[in-house]
Design a protein around this ligand. Structure first.
Ligand SMILES: Cc1cc2nc3c(=O)[nH]c(=O)nc-3n(C[C@H](O)[C@H](O)[C@H](O)COP(=O)(O)OP(=O)(O)OC[C@H]3O[C@@H](n4cnc5c(N)ncnc54)[C@H](O)[C@@H]3O)c2cc1C
Ligand code: FES
Length: 279
């Protein structure tokens, strides 16, 4: 079996569909033989190579239980992601990874979990959410709180609308402001994501929080969680930094004494809270 962290494995795009105006869902099939036994922990990422364009880090957005099939949620941000958005099913790409630390799913077992996703932060948290759903009986109450800018920016709308019917999970969606709502979407409130935590009842010593979103969101969410007396070592954040090598060599992703690519991207809040400007 190839060491996929150093030698990229070939993959084929098997499905592409838009999730919002600038973000699309990509399903990749890793080539048989090269990626046997490929597995990952929700929260880990891969480096995706787009032929003749370059490589970029991207969170794994699907369940680890899907073997050689990888799901990604990619926003068109610049050159490489724009080239990827022009590719279609059947086109080849290459994948290195998985890299970094994921969310501590073993430690979370037996506890309640609350997932707080802002915008594109839903990508790694979708992987975690699907993991919990596939191991439903091993976890307590499962809550997903997801905030987007406006209704048309809610990613995975159809999937969320279906999940909203389940009685064994709690799904709470909010948008910063209302615009015309695309048909068939899930019901959402209007307001900022931290507002969803107000008045919520949590078993603090038996709950873990997983947070991912744009940098501006972290400070408000952490303030809100700490205001509820949420233990610092039960809050896990996925920190996104500019990355190059993905394996702790180039120092591009340094956060205090840590490298985001190898020590993170998932950190517990108590480990990083003293680092100036970390959130
Ligand atoms: C661990 C990790 C996980 C990620 N997961 C996802 C994901 O699931 N979905 C997704 O769409 N994107 C994700 N990203 C961001 C993604 O890697 C960048 O959008 C991508 O590298 C942009 O490449 P580009 O060549 O298209 O754009 P560039 O031309 O390199 O940059 C375009 C713009 O994007 C900004 N940018 C580039 N890299 C980053 C970054 N790491 N963080 C914030 N801004 C950046 C640049 O400052 C610039 O403004 C992740 C990044 C990291 C480090
Ligand atoms: S990306 Fe090179 S050290 Fe982290």
């Amino acid at each position: 079996m190839t060491d996929m962290t150093t030698i990229p494995a070939m993959a084929t795009i098997t499905e592409v569909h838009p999730l919002s105006g600038d973000t699309s869902f990509f399903r990749l099939g890793l080539k048989e033989g090269e990626a046997q036994g490929f597995t990952f922990t929700p929260g880990q990422f891969v480096q995706l190579s787009v032929p003749a364009a370059g490589e970029f880090p991207i969170s794994l957005a699907g369940s680890p239980g899907h073997g050689r099939e990888l799901e990604l949620c990619v926003r068109k941000a610049g050159h490489v992601t724009a080239v990827l958005h022009n590719l279609r099913p059947g086109d080849p790409v290459a994948v290195r990874g998985p890299f970094g630390t994921g969310f501590p799913v073993e430690r979370m077992r037996g506890n309640d979990v609350i997932l707080l996703a802002g915008g594109l932060g839903i990508a790694p948290l979708r992987s975690l959410f699907h993991y919990f759903l596939e191991h439903r009986e091993e976890y307590g109450a499962i809550t997903l709180m997801y905030g987007a800018r406006e209704p048309s920016a809610i990613l995975f709308r159809d999937e969320l609308a279906e999940l909203a019917c389940r009685r064994d999970i709690r799904l709470m969606l909010t948008v910063d402001f209302l615009t015309e709502e695309p048909a068939g979407g899930p019901v959402c409130r209007v307001g900022l994501l931290p507002g969803l935590l107000m008045g919520i009842k949590l078993r603090l010593d038996q709950t873990y929080a997983a947070v991912c979103g744009p940098p501006a969101l972290y400070r408000c969410l952490i303030t809100e969680l700490l205001g509820l007396d949420f233990p610092e070592n039960r809050i896990f954040l996925s920190l996104e930094r500019r990355m190059k090598c993905g394996i702790g060599l180039c120092c591009h992703c340094a956060v205090g004494d840590f490298f985001c690519c190898t020590d993170g991207p998932v950190f517990s809040y108590d480990r990083i809270k003293e680092i100036p400007g970390v959130i």
